[in-house]
Design a protein around this ligand. Structure first.
Ligand SMILES: Cc1cc2nc3c(=O)[nH]c(=O)nc-3n(C[C@H](O)[C@H](O)[C@H](O)COP(=O)(O)OP(=O)(O)OC[C@H]3O[C@@H](n4cnc5c(N)ncnc54)[C@H](O)[C@@H]3O)c2cc1C
Length: 384
């Protein structure tokens, strides 16, 4: 097995490093203030190089880069603590790929250019007040009346709905009583502008007091037929592909490498038994354990990449890295709080991150559900 990159990839890596050295904003801190003008300039330069949506096909406006080159691009950007590639994580990570796979020409032309030029903002409407893990039991209903769907119901935990332009929405077009197919056959995916009359967004505060979630209500919301993504009844297939892309994004090892660097920095500054905590053998052992798990994630990521290079779309296997990534995040947060000692009671970026992590592991699907996916679909164990 050869884990080395070839000369073409290494030459691309050198190009990325040169770009970062010449263009990375002086001061960019992912957790503190973000200067919009600085980010706009950064995104314009990225868009000129077609590095936003770099691995999307050229005919869809993407960069036509290989998946390996995209991996290198993300790895180098993360190592340099550069701002994100584009402004719309949800849009780029799963809405765009779903549009490329299932969208009509008109939908692609309408939505993809804004994604590639950092002008879009998408949110995701799957979960409902009574439906999370068992997504197939959604009840938000869309009824076709002439050339419009009329949507009624409510979605919850809709991250960023209050600042998004569009929602990637899963609705029920056929109830279980009406369909002769399985319960998965009665769902449909709609692309809905958030300023459509009848949509109401109410904030939900997280346990750290921040407003990122919302409950989103749909009252007789009229959605044109041309905003349906894929055929009626194909929503489950569309959303399963999108969720695999979401999970592979959540579990990228590069972000964990950056978090581990910050943890080492914290251990260097913290004191244990009169010496820097980083010199303590127990702390060193824990940090070495984290490094090992991150390496496993990286190698697993390369395994998914190899499958994609062989023409397969991401699927259940992305749950493996999500489980590793989630547990790692909790264990690293735990060590961070131990290192902070009594300062852990104060407000600060590390304290905030450590608390927020408990919610974040549920986003994209709770850990138990990922374990069930691994057990049933990868290991072939009996159904839960
Ligand atoms: C940070 C964050 C961001 C989110 N963003 C969005 C978003 O933008 N859009 C959106 O639609 N949703 C979003 N969600 C919602 C998220 O997808 C759901 O919270 C998640 O799927 C779990 O659903 P639930 O909250 O209804 O919990 P439940 O499904 O009620 O689960 C509760 C507990 O029971 C366990 N459980 C449930 N079923 C089983 C089973 N069959 N076997 C074993 N254990 C089980 C779960 O693991 C969990 O521990 C977000 C959530 C978080 C925390």
């Amino acid at each position: 097995m050869d884990f080395n990159f070839g000369p073409e990839e290494e030459s691309f890596r050198a190009e990325v490093r040169k770009f970062i050295a010449e263009n990375k904003p002086e001061k960019f801190d992912a957790y503190s203030g973000r200067d919009q003008a600085v980010l706009d300039t950064w995104n314009r330069k990225l868009a000129e190089k077609h590095w936003i949506g770099f691995a999307w096909p050229k005919e869809e406006g993407g960069g036509g880069g290989s998946l390996l080159e995209q991996f290198i691009l993300k790895e180098e950007m993360s190592a340099a603590k550069a701002p994100p590639l584009g402004s719309d994580f949800m849009g780029l990570q799963w809405v765009g790929p779903a549009l490329i796979r299932h969208g009509t020409e008109e939908q692609k032309q309408r939505f993809l250019p804004d994604l590639l030029n950092a002008r879009s903002s998408w949110c995701t409407g799957y979960s409902e007040p009574d439906t999370g893990s068992d997504l197939a039991s959604i009840t938000t209903r869309a009824v076709l009346e002439d050339d419009h769907y009329v949507v009624n119901g409510s979605k919850i935990w809709t991250t960023a709905a209050h600042v998004s332009e569009n929602i990637f929405l899963l609705v029920r077009t056929t109830t279980e009583d009406e369909t002769r197919e399985s319960r998965y056959g009665g769902m449909t995916c709609l692309l809905v502008p958030m300023d459509t009359p009848g949509i109401e967004v109410r904030p939900i505060r997280s346990l750290v007091g921040h407003h990122s979630f919302n409950q989103t209500f749909f009252n007789d919301v009229r959605v044109p037929l041309e905003n349906r993504l894929g055929a009626e009844g194909e929503g489950w297939r569309v959303v399963m592909g999108a969720l695999a892309n979401e999970r592979s994004g959540i579990s990228e090892s590069t972000s964990k490498e950056r978090e581990l660097e910050a943890l080492k920095e914290l251990a260097r500054g913290a004191c244990k038994n009169g010496r820097p905590a980083l010199e303590d053998s127990l702390v060193r052992g824990q940090i070495a354990g984290f490094e090992t798990r991150i390496s496993a994630m990286r190698l697993n990521g390369m395994r998914y990449l190899t499958r994609q290079l062989n023409g397969q779309h991401p699927s259940s296997e992305t749950s493996v890295n999500k489980v590793i990534s989630n547990q790692l995040a909790l264990d690293m947060a735990d060590l961070a709080m131990t290192l902070l000692g009594s300062k852990g009671q104060l407000a600060g970026a590390t304290q905030f991150q450590s608390l927020a992590m408990h919610g974040s592991v549920i986003g994209g699907g709770a850990p138990n559900i990922q374990r069930n996916i691994i057990a049933e679909r990868i290991l072939g164990l009996p159904k839960d």
